[in-house]
Design a protein around this ligand. Structure first.
Ligand SMILES: [Mn+2]
Length: 355
């Protein structure tokens, strides 16, 4: 089934109803178009509305779509309204989490007589289940990330700064074929490891540091997400113990992944392991999240998510322990839910690496 049809089924599109997509990740998923603009979909029309910079690109990237160019005082919404009138459209499903208040007011004033209704993240819902092609791209992105990291391990030395290590890793991911980076790479050495989303800085690595790297390449529009914590020289006894606890939580929960599993319950298992090992309150984020075109997608492995895992979900499993003044450990794989369980798409070793 085409992705447009999947979306129409999800929203139960009526004959006189249109869908307007303005979020780049949803536009890309539905059409393949990566430029600026919006998508207007009805039962009789699949249109990309864009400007001169992207019209040829849209024709190349989205062959099944008609491409409409704004200009001469005609805005995206003017053009969309004209197309809707031609189709006799009376109501519009739009992304209420994307529009600014200003652009929504403007759109309403342009589209006289149209009833507006939230699409309620239906495109994101359809995107939750990945097809084989999408999974292959995520696995390729993970493979590039793993190979870049394996190379980086041979480069890490005392005296190197977090920023220098980050630059080397980012460059290698691009050199190995990444189209880009899935997000800003995190490098956190020594006591900085207690910051789950540390910004790489001028701190120099020292012997005895544990260093956390959270990173991912992009391939074909899809993200990788992985985290490893490694030691430079022999780490402190407590850090080694923390590593073992995080590894146990990660491996236990990765092995639990399967269709039918409740997201909140998988998160609970990791939280119990960490709490019972004496680190209650030191794992303050969710266990994981879905990964795809966006780095953070639904569902989530978190206390707040009651969703059920199904085949084709691509989920991270990333427990961590963070102790201010000491440091932190996080270990993360991106995994796909399969018919009989789960499979990691990240093939880097997880046992503690001591450099
Ligand atoms: Mn992650």
């Amino acid at each position: 089934m085409s992705r447009v049809q999947k979306l129409f089924d999800e929203v139960k599109l009526a004959d006189k109803q249109a869908v307007l997509l303005t979020k780049p990740s949803n536009i890309f998923y539905i059409s393949g178009f990566t430029g600026e603009g919006c998508l207007l979909l009805t039962k009789g029309l699949q249109a990309i509305i864009t400007d001169f910079r992207y019209t040829e690109q849209a024709e190349r990237q989205a062959p099944g779509f008609s491409v409409h160019m704004i200009g001469n005082g005609v805005s995206h919404m003017d053009l969309a309204y004209g197309l809707m009138k031609d189709e006799g459209i009376g109501s519009l499903l739009y992304e209420d989490d994307e529009f600014t208040v200003r652009s929504f007011e403007k759109t309403k004033s342009v589209m006289e007589g149209i009833a507006f209704e939230s699409i309620r993240n239906a495109p994101e819902k359809v995107r939750e289940v990945k097809d084989d092609g999408e999974i292959a791209l995520i696995e390729e992105a993970c493979d590039i990330s793993c190979r870049a990291f394996d190379w980086l391990l041979g480069e890490l030395k005392p005296g190197m700064t977090e920023i220098e290590a980050r630059l080397k890793l980012d460059f290698k991911m691009l050199e190995l074929g990444g189209d880009g980076l899935a997000f800003d790479t995190i490098v956190a050495g020594g006591e900085n490891g207690s910051l789950p989303h540390a910004i790489p800085g001028q701190r120099k690595f020292q012997l005895g540091d544990m260093i956390t790297f959270d990173f991912g390449a992009k391939k074909g529009g899809y993200c990788a997400d992985m985290t490893r914590t490694v030691a430079l020289g022999q780490p402190k006894d407590e850090m080694r113990r923390i590593y073992d606890i995080v590894l146990q939580a990660q491996e236990t929960c990765e092995a639990l992944l399967a269709p039918g599993k409740n997201c909140r319950e998988v998160d609970r298992v990791a939280r119990d392991i960490i709490d019972n090992a004496g680190y209650k309150g030191r794992f303050g984020h969710g266990l994981g999240h879905a990964v795809g075109i966006d780095i953070h997608e639904s569902p989530r492995l978190s206390p707040a998510c009651d969703a059920t895992l199904v085949t084709g979900h691509t989920m991270t499993v990333e427990p961590g322990i963070y102790v201010p003044g000491l440091g932190g450990v996080r270990i993360e794989n991106t995994c796909v839910i399969t018919a009989d369980g789960g499979r990691t798409l990240v093939h880097a070793p997880k046992d503690l690496v001591i450099l």
